[in-house]
Write a protein that binds this ligand. Structure first.
Ligand SMILES: *[C@@H]1O[C@H](CO)[C@@H](O)[C@H](O)[C@H]1NC(C)=O
Ligand SMILES: *[C@@H]1O[C@H](CO)[C@@H](O)[C@H](O)[C@H]1NC(C)=O
Length: 382
């Protein structure tokens, strides 16, 4: 038998081999049919090149309103167009259906999924040394002050208990007056510190869901070998040794923790900051979700959450949205080992108290440089 001569060693291998040969003949036959007697290579390239080389760029749909500078190159590759059988993260990520015309998502839903790109990046942040945990601080582009404080306080703890901890800041772009000047300053800051990641969505409160999804895409693309990632707001205090200690004992997959909210009510009062009308989201409570001030993910989750996001409407409340994606995946967020680990109500500074927590919001007027200097004194904490 042919297969035997070619070194097939089992019946199963033989069968696979024969199937492969059959497939080669099949596709060859198809191509011959398609080429036909009047086959013209130039025409063939014109008809096929967009499919082969430009999965997204081919057919842009122009936004009727909004920013003229970017609308021309906009297309909506994945919005509302998943493959019918896309059920896993991997398959939805490769979904390449034709774009649908742009429709504004309205005030309670953000423009996601969408192919945002990185205007400032650190593609090798996680090479050659993979961090154990990467801290991803979400911050407004013009908030240099917070970035500098973090760089010289808890963001500077590169190695804890033998584990590598890395830091990046995640920003969108600003528009309007001074935007170009700010962008130039950001480029300089990036050249100096190599810790900025900027994507081309408009950075504003209503777009935080985009920021978090872009964060997950970045992790999945540039940091897939990392164990954990922590999303943290720029006005927080973080006890990195306690974080690492907690994670050394944490599950390695399907793990999301932080301050988990259970039975969070959907706010129907129009004056509320987090108002959502029933037409957009009808249940009266949210599934469990980790509050956005600081949550931790095992880095197998980004790919799964991105997959889920193709099936869950992108509500503007980012932590709730990740909770909905987790629910879609059938994975529950995990409570931290201690109820004292995460604080959403600002803890006022006390050296002993702060030595026992993982993260807390800070009272607005506290001098964080002084606080850090005091916290890092070498005498016993309590
Ligand atoms: C694809 O999904 C349809 C229903 O949406 C189902 O009938 C069909 O069996 C599925 N095919 C595969 C290969 O899973
Ligand atoms: C959010 O970002 C998208 C993409 O840049 C933009 O089209 C949209 O206007 C932004 N939303 C707000 C409220 O600015």
């Amino acid at each position: 038998m042919i297969a035997e001569r070619l070194g097939c060693c089992s019946r199963r291998h033989c069968l696979l081999f024969i199937l492969a040969i059959a497939a080669v003949f099949f596709f060859h036959y198809l191509n011959i049919l398609e080429m036909g007697p009047n086959w013209n290579p130039k025409l063939w390239m014109q008809n096929h090149s967009t499919k082969l080389f430009m999965p997204f760029g081919g057919q842009s749909t122009v936004k009727p309103t909004g920013e003229s500078s970017t609308s021309a190159e906009r297309s909506s590759p994945t919005r509302g167009t998943t493959t019918p059988n896309a059920t896993t993260a991997a398959s939805t990520q490769t979904a390449r259906a034709p774009p649908v015309p742009y429709v504004s998502p309205g005030p309670y839903v953000v423009e996601y999924p969408y192919e945002y790109s990185f205007t400032i990046n650190e593609p090798h942040k996680c090479e050659p040394e993979q961090p154990f945990v990467i801290l991803m601080v979400q911050v407004a582009p013009n908030n240099r002050a917070h970035r500098d404080v973090i760089r010289s306080t808890w963001g500077a703890e590169g190695l804890v208990a033998g584990k590598v901890v890395k830091l990046v800041f995640l920003l969108g772009r600003k528009t309007g007056d001074g935007a170009e000047q700010l962008q130039e300053q950001l480029r300089q800051e990036s050249a100096e510190h190599h810790d900025l990641i900027q994507s081309d969505f408009i950075d504003c409160y209503k777009n935080l869901t985009i920021k978090s999804m872009v964060m997950l895409e970045w992790l999945d693309t540039f940091c897939p070998g990392t164990s954990y990632a922590m999303k943290i707001d720029s006005d927080m205090f973080l006890n990195v040794p306690n974080l690492v200690d907690m994670l050394l004992r944490a599950p390695k997959t399907n793990y999301m923790t932080g301050l988990v909210a259970y039975g969070g009510p959907v706010l129907r009062d129009k004056g509320s900051k987090w108002y959502l009308p029933a037409e957009i989201f009808s249940p009266s409570v949210y599934p469990p979700y980790a509050l956005g001030l600081g949550y931790i993910l095992s880095v197998d989750l980004p790919k799964k959450l991105i997959g889920a996001s193709r099936h869950v409407r992108a509500l503007y409340i980012e932590d709730v949205y990740l909770g909905l994606c987790m629910q879609y995946l059938g994975i529950n967020p995990t409570n931290p080992p201690s109820g004292n680990h995460f604080h959403v109500i600002p803890l006022s500074y006390n050296r002993c108290t702060f030595s026992q927590i993982v993260a807390t919001t800070l009272v607005p007027d506290v001098d964080r440089m002084w606080l850090w200097k005091d916290f890092k004194r070498t005498d016993p904490y309590c």
